[in-house]
Design a protein around this ligand. Structure first.
Ligand SMILES: Nc1ncnc2c1ncn2[C@@H]1O[C@H](COP(=O)(O)OP(=O)(O)O)[C@@H](O)[C@H]1O
Ligand SMILES: [Mg+2]
Length: 374
């Protein structure tokens, strides 16, 4: 007949993975129960590694099986693994006072990334959050125009630069730091420097969210940004055509590889609302984004129709969300901003404050992105 002492003695033969000492000596065995020939063992270990937990469980089961137990139940209690963040590997944090960073990406140019970023930033600011907008599209900085700030030059304070404020949003762009119309032809290394400086040497306030308008694609700028700050959430902007969606998939894949929780996809130019009849027409197709979102276990955060007022607002520096808050489009940006904030809160709940001291973690088996799970 099995009894507790026999089981404990057997457990004394189970080494803690990677160590010479056994789990009883370590004090990891919390409970042993034996009734008839059924054995229940509970151990509590400090490692969060799944491999360690699995190995230990198998070894305990083997040892107790050998005693001739009819049934063996082993519970290995472990702490939750630390959430891998985009900057975990580098350990850098260029703007530790900013609470959250939202990276807005797209596979292609011209799909409405800047338009989306500007309107989401304004919407979120109108919802009472402290919001900033960093134009990381170093080659094609369009944020100043869309924010109605092409002619504004930032104030220099010592070695630092004050952000420009427009429509309740703090903003900075390479476009505001150079003569208008000048084009930039830089090498990758300089792009990296520029992005780091835009994070570190701009006097951003203690923002709730800094939106970052990325250049299209998946290149140096994306990698630099991900490694410079803990990116709380990534948004992908796409139009509904298949060619755009193919590139969007690459962007979503990049978010996963960079350990950026995916907040969702913004489907832009998804149908046309006739200004006279208010009827909605599909032009590039509609609803094609949803299956892609499902594939990445994320959501379509919003569907923004093609609307002349959106383009006019962009060109004139009068964003539709600020100037036509009653319009259907502005309402959709507002709803999207709320969904985005929910995602940010969820990421913070699951991983602690997103921008707290970063502890570099070992291994690359990052836990799944917080918002990519619904
Ligand atoms: N929903 C929309 N309806 C009408 N025009 C739009 C819409 N979204 C973007 N645009 C226009 O399309 C052009 C490209 O948008 P932009 O935001 O600059 O794209 P990206 O940043 O991806 O290159 C701009 O002229 C913009 O005003
Ligand atoms: Mg742009």
């Amino acid at each position: 007949m099995l009894n507790k002492d026999v089981v404990l003695k057997a457990l004394g033969g189970v080494k803690y993975p990677g160590f010479e000492k056994d789990i009883v000596t370590f004090g990891f065995v919390k409970s042993v129960e034996v009734s008839e020939n059924n054995v229940y063992v509970e151990v509590d270990i400090v490692s969060s590694s799944k491999e360690v937990g699995d190995e230990l469980k198998a070894n305990i089961e083997k040892e107790i099986d050998a005693l001739g137990a009819a049934r063996v139940d082993v519970v290995v209690k472990q702490p939750k693994p630390p959430v891998e963040k985009s900057n975990s590997q580098s350990g850098k944090n260029m703007a530790p006072h900013i609470k959250n960073f939202v990276m807005v990406s797209s596979g292609k140019g011209g799909v409405g990334k800047t338009t989306t970023t500007v309107n989401l930033a304004i919407a979120m600011a109108s919802q009472g959050k402290k919001v900033g907008l960093l134009d990381a599209d170093i080659y094609g900085p369009n944020v100043p125009r869309m924010m109605g700030a092409v002619d504004q030059h930032p104030e220099i304070v010592g070695q630092k630069v004050k952000p420009i404020v427009a429509y309740g949003v703090e903003m900075m762009s390479m476009g505001s730091l150079m003569e208008s119309g000048q084009s930039l032809i830089w090498r990758g290394a300089m792009i990296m420097k520029a992005i780091e400086q835009l994070l570190r040497d701009i006097l951003w306030s203690d923002l709730d969210v800094l939106f970052i308008d990325m250049p299209p694609g998946t290149g140096d700028a994306q990698l630099t940004l991900a490694q410079s700050v803990p990116v709380t959430a990534g948004i992908c902007v796409t139009t509904p055509q298949q060619v755009a969606l193919d590139d969007t998939e690459r962007s979503l894949d990049m978010f996963q590889k960079l350990h950026i929780p995916i907040a969702g996809i913004m489907e832009n130019m998804s149908g046309f609302i006739c200004p006279e009849t208010h009827k909605e027409y599909d032009i590039f197709g509609k609803g094609t984004t949803k299956p892609l979102a499902e594939k990445f276990e994320t959501i379509v955060i919003g569907e923004i129709p093609i609307e002349p007022a959106v383009r006019e607002g962009g060109d004139a520096g009068k964003p539709v969300t600020f100037f036509h808050p009653e319009s259907e489009t502005a309402k959709r940006y507002q709803a999207s901003a709320r969904k985005l904030w929910e995602c940010i809160e969820k990421v913070n709940e699951e991983g602690g404050a997103s921008n707290e001291a970063i502890q570099p973690t070992m291994g690359i088996n990052g836990s799944p992105s917080a918002c990519s799970q619904h």
